[in-house]
Write a protein that binds this ligand. Structure first.
Ligand SMILES: [Zn+2]
Length: 503
């Protein structure tokens, strides 16, 4: 008798889990590129792991029928919304979407509501209520404390394994919780007031200057045609007067840690400055520059502060995250860029945070840039051949060449300087290592190059000369902070001029 009741209870939890898993979570897996049966099984096992985690959550909730009655329909309702937009527009929940939804007037929200969405939500909630009814009417939980203990143990174990926790946080329905809490964390981070960099600043003569900083992604120098790569991955930039710095070392090999070190005065002796000081944006503002951050990447707790230091912050793609595999292209930045270049403002400093050569490579170049073939077919790295991986990567480089060329065309007739620095490099199979966020020779090697307009060169001939003299020297990414200020003619006693590539 007891046994049958317990069995019914666990069966109930399993069915309530599968309803969410098949009805909603699966929407997150449909667009995952997969090559063969093996890939399918890997994806299926990832989905299965999520289900195990979800099972533990529903197990916890269902011990108390009122908790279950309250939360289960709410989870199904919100998951239904996420599932609908995942299928219809490829949109996934991000902190940027939360920002747009909470900040905007309700115009946006009304436009998105359609009849099919309403039908999906009504059906989702109706089924959820059936589960609630069944829980109230037929389920009796025995040994409450024992069940509570075992549910908590399973829950705590699963949610503390990073390999499970990370992908979980981006998937339906878990992203409802994780993205919301990330949103709140980032809002708090922005509100923490960092002290003004206390120094004497000499702003210099630079009334119509335009300083453009392209923060690249996973681009390594040796795959650029103009650096001597055997493939011509830079047909446009090879014809430009590009000064390339091939010997830059990045201590950090993934975006969230690399970016705050690039933006601030942090160096190997004072790495903590990345999390306590303001960025160079603050100094540009003090010198009267209008500053803009154009993002084609998500915000992150580690650098959201700097994004909000800018006078304007614009997201080019608010619905993209690393678990979306449709096209996510840097050219989405161009309309805003052109708007701010032409804006009748004083001098300007614009940051473009690009998605560049981030994995999944095929998502980051349009079809017409698929010059090197065959490309990857699966998002499981090991399922692709080294040749396919490199081809897909090189196609992203080819597209970056085109993108930067568009940017240069927009500033060619201005008093402008463009500094490109990738946040870190990328491993492409050396010693069997791929991608980044790991310790490999090429993950520490970011691409870096400078372009100057003719007007800028005439105004600052010595900077142009100095660049040529310095281009083969070895620098850490620490060079960026003093160098970008020097490019703008800004001097200050807080910066080490010896680190500047323009000196
Ligand atoms: Zn990165």
């Amino acid at each position: 008798m007891f046994r049958q009741e317990n069995l019914n209870y666990y069966l109930f939890i399993t069915l309530a889990t599968l309803f969410i898993g098949i009805g909603f979570t699966s929407a997150d897996f449909f667009t995952s590129p997969a090559n063969d049966v093996k890939d399918f099984f890997i994806l299926f096992s990832q989905w299965g792991t999520l289900m195990l985690a979800l099972w533990s959550v529903i197990y916890l909730l269902s011990i108390n029928k009122y908790l279950f009655g309250l939360f289960y329909p709410v989870i199904c309702f919100l998951s239904g919304i996420l599932m609908f937009f995942r299928y219809t527009t490829g949109t996934t929940l991000t902190t940027m979407i939360m920002d747009a939804a909470l900040d905007n007037d309700n115009q946006l929200t009304y436009e998105l509501i359609s009849l099919s969405l309403i039908v999906i939500l009504v059906v989702s909630v109706a089924i959820a209520l059936l589960f609630v009814f069944y829980r109230f009417r037929y389920i009796k939980v025995n040994y409450i404390w024992l069940n509570l203990l075992s549910a908590s143990v399973i829950f705590l174990i699963l949610f503390n394994i990073p390999r499970i926790n990370r992908p979980l946080s981006e998937r339906i329905p878990f992203n409802l919780y994780f993205i919301s809490s990330r949103y709140i964390t980032e809002k708090k981070e922005v509100l923490k007031e960092r002290e003004k960099l206390n120094s004497s600043i000499v702003c210099g003569e630079n009334s119509d200057l335009l300083v453009l900083f392209v923060l690249g992604e996973s681009l390594r120098p040796d795959h650029l045609g103009f650096n001597g790569y055997h493939r011509n991955t830079t047909p446009h930039l090879s014809k430009e007067d590009i000064i390339s710095f091939q010997n830059i070392y990045s201590e950090y090999t993934y975006t969230n840690v690399a970016v705050p070190h690039i933006m601030t005065r942090a160096d190997s002796i004072h790495p903590e400055r990345a999390y306590s000081e303001r960025s160079f944006i603050d100094i540009f503002k003090q010198c009267g520059f209008y500053t803009t951050w154009l993002a084609n990447q998500e915000s992150s707790k580690s650098y959201v502060y700097f994004m909000n230091e800018s006078d304007t912050l614009i997201y080019a793609n608010i619905n993209k995250s690393p678990y979306v595999f449709d096209k996510w292209l840097d050219e989405a930045l161009l309309p805003s860029l052109n708007y701010f270049i032409e804006k009748k403002e004083q001098k300007k400093m614009i940051i473009l945070h690009t998605i560049g050569s981030h994995w999944y490579y095929n998502s980051h170049f349009p079809d017409e840039f698929q010059k090197f073939n065959p490309t990857t077919k699966s998002r499981i790295v090991k399922s692709n051949t080294p040749e396919e991986m490199t081809n897909s990567y090189d196609n992203t480089v080819l597209y970056t060449d085109f993108f930067i060329f568009q940017v240069i065309n927009s500033i060619r007739n201005k008093n402008a300087v463009l500094i490109y620095l990738s946040d870190h490099g990328e491993a492409l199979g050396e010693n069997g290592i791929w991608l980044h966020a790991n310790d490999a020779l090429y993950t520490h090697r970011p691409a870096c190059f400078i372009w100057m307009s003719e007007i800028y060169k005439q105004n600052y001939p010595e900077k142009y000369r100095n660049l040529h003299q310095n281009k083969d020297k070895y620098y850490r990414t620490d060079f960026l902070f003093p160098s970008i200020l020097e490019a703008a003619g800004i001097e200050s006693d807080i910066i080490d001029p010896d680190l500047s590539i323009f000196r």
